[in-house]
Structure formats: C-alpha cells, structure tokens
Design a protein around this ligand. Structure first.
Ligand code: ADP
Ligand code: MG
Length: 317
C-alpha cells in the first residue's frame, strides 16, 4: 500500500473553547500507481491530512503509513518516500530556477553529476526549459507550480502528495499543469487535493470526499456517477413563441419538458445525450432564435454538494 490512513484524528487547540476536531477518525488507502483526488470544501481537513502524511504535523490519534513507513516513528523514511507540493507552494523568489532545484536535491542528499542529471531531467519533465535561467520571482504562477512539482520529484519518490496544485491558475495554466500531473501519474502514486469536482474528473478515476473532518465518499467516479441518475438538464430560452412546444418532446433522449416562463423551458434527457446540440439544431430548423442555453451542473457536482453541504441543525453562525 502506498498511503494507508488508519483511524486518523487531528485536534487543534482553540483558546477558550473545546479543541477543534479538524480530522475525525478517517481511514483510507491509496494503492501503488493510483491517482486519487482528495476532494472537499475549504476547511474540510484536506491540508491537515496531507501535512500529517508528509510528517510535518503529528497526528492526535491514529496514524498514516507511506510506503510502509509510519509517520510517527519513521518520519525520515516517509519524507524520502514522498514528494510534497504544499498548498501555498513556498518558493524562494530570489533564487534562480536551476539553483533552487539544486538546493532542493541537495537537501535530499543528492550531489555532483547525479544531482545535475536529476535537475536536467526534472526541468525537461515539467517543461521548464525556457525558464530555467530565470529567478523564481519572475515566473508566472503556472511556472512556479512547475518548479514546485520539479522540487517535489527531485529525489524520485514513489509517492506524490499535491495540495491544491491548480488553485489560482488561469485556464491555460490549469490545462498545462493537469497535463504535467497526468504524465507524472503514469509512474507514481499521486494523492492530490482540490475543492473542484471537474478537477477530479479531469485527472483521476477515484475520489475520496472529505467534509468537516469525515470521509463522506470513497470510490470510483463511475460508481459515484451511477449513484446519481446521470440525467442531463438544460434550460433553453427562445426569442419567439414556440408555435408547437410539443416538438421539444421529440428531441433524442428527452425524458421531460417543463415550461418555466414565456419562452423558457427546462429539458431533461438521458445520460450522455447531446441535448444542447439537439436544441441548437432544432432552433436552426424552425428558424427560432436561441437567446439562452445553459446546462445545469452535472449530477456529480450535485452529489458533491449534497455530501458536503452543512446540514447541522445546531448551526447558528
Ligand atoms: P482544507 O485544506 O480542507 O481547507 P484544513 O485542513 O486546512 O482544511 O483545515 C481544517 C480545519 O482546521 C479548518 O477549520 C481550519 O481552520 C483548521 N486549522 C487548520 N490548521 C490549523 C492550525 N494550525 N491551528 C488551528 N486550526 C487549524
Ligand atoms: Mg487546504
């Protein structure tokens, strides 16, 4: 097992109040070679779990094993076995990219030609060739994340722990970093955290959802999808009256049509149907102008919201 979380609890002291149970008796396992998304809203306990897995924070109860090593008693072996990209990727902005990667490698005991070789390989792997002679402070956020990934990989660990690796990136950078993570994931075990469902869908098959310190789902995305009914819902608005609204009921895969307003309709169709394209074609055929066409959030997002919406009756804040 690459990562084994066993009945892990973390309490944070709160002055003048009972300690906060940031992580509450969670257990899960990540198999070698898996890319697993660790999903949850802000404050759910993702970073706390990851900091314990990387031996930066001690557990209150329970433990985590990484590559068979216990974070409580074998922290050096744990750190040797994993690469870690922390949430706010603390980099030395005044250092040059290559200089920083040499420094990171030397912390892991690498030196000489082995280190030079590793630095060159990492620069190649994460796509930093053109930026390698710049100062880190001169790089865009996307390129800083690449430096962070190169740093995490420099000692060739079998396990990677990435804390919100794509937060704060623009859409192009996001696509690029996802691609880098996918490439890395071919050879490594990866646990990455995110608060965005699409991120998990883009990168992995398996997801663990945490909410308020507790695991609320753990399984394959396909299983989660089956749990939801998977239907697609679209709201379409036309400029003109639909002379014959029944025509909407003839669209491929359609299950039902509901009139929301004057020329606005909500249409629900079978999973995997291409409802928006069908509505578009219909409008073109009938000489209608579409003034709105919006697909409702996917059912997976719906599940995520359902699992992580706070429903506590005790809530007064
Ligand atoms: P996530 O990464 O899922 O957003 P965190 O693990 O960072 O969640 O935080 C979980 C909870 O623990 C939050 O309520 C947060 O405020 C609290 N917390 C995190 N770190 C500390 C700390 N060092 N001291 C006290 N409370 C903390
Ligand atoms: Mg966090």
């Amino acid at each position: 097992m690459s990562i084994l979380v066993k009945n892990l609890t973390k309490l944070y002291a709160r002055p003048g109040a009972a300690p906060q149970r940031a992580v509450d008796a969670i257990s899960f396992a990540v198999q070698p070679g898996e890319i697993v998304g660790f999903l949850g809203p802000n404050g759910a306990g993702k970073s706390t779990t990851m900091k314990i897995a990387t031996a930066y924070l001690p557990p209150t109860e329970g433990t985590i094993e990484v590559n068979g090593f216990d974070v409580r008693t074998q922290s050096i072996d744990v750190r040797r076995s994993l690469g870690y990209l922390p949430e706010h990727n603390p980099l030395y902005l005044d250092m040059y990219v290559k200089e920083f990667l040499h420094f990171a490698g030397s912390l892991h005991g690498l030196g000489g030609s082995v280190l030079r070789q590793r630095v060159a390989e990492m620069i190649d792997l994460v796509g930093l060739e053109l930026e390698q002679r710049k100062k880190i402070g001169q790089l865009s956020k996307g390129y800083r994340q690449r430096v962070g990934l190169a740093q995490a990989l420099i000692h060739n660990p079998p396990v990677l722990i990435l804390d919100e690796p794509t937060t704060g990136l623009d859409p192009n950078q996001l696509t690029e970093i996802r691609q880098v993570i996918r490439t890395i994931g071919r050879e490594k075990t990866v646990l990455f955290s995110t608060h965005i469902m699409q991120e998990v869908e883009a990168l992995c098959d398996r997801v663990i959802i945490i909410n308020r310190g507790k695991i609320v789902a753990d399984g394959q995305l396909s299983t989660l999808r089956e749990t939801a009914d998977g239907t697609i819902a679209v709201v379409a608005e036309f400029e003109q009256d639909l002379a014959d609204a029944a025509v909407l009921n003839t669209l491929p895969g359609i299950r039902h049509v509901e009139r929301l307003g004057e020329n606005r309709y909500r249409l629900v169709a079978d999973p995997n149907s291409d409802l928006r394209a069908a509505i578009f074609r219909l409008a073109a055929d009938k000489n209608l102008t579409l003034v709105g066409l919006k697909q409702e959030e996917s059912s997976l997002e719906g599940i995520f919201r359902e699992l992580t919406t706070q429903k506590s009756p005790m809530k007064h804040e």
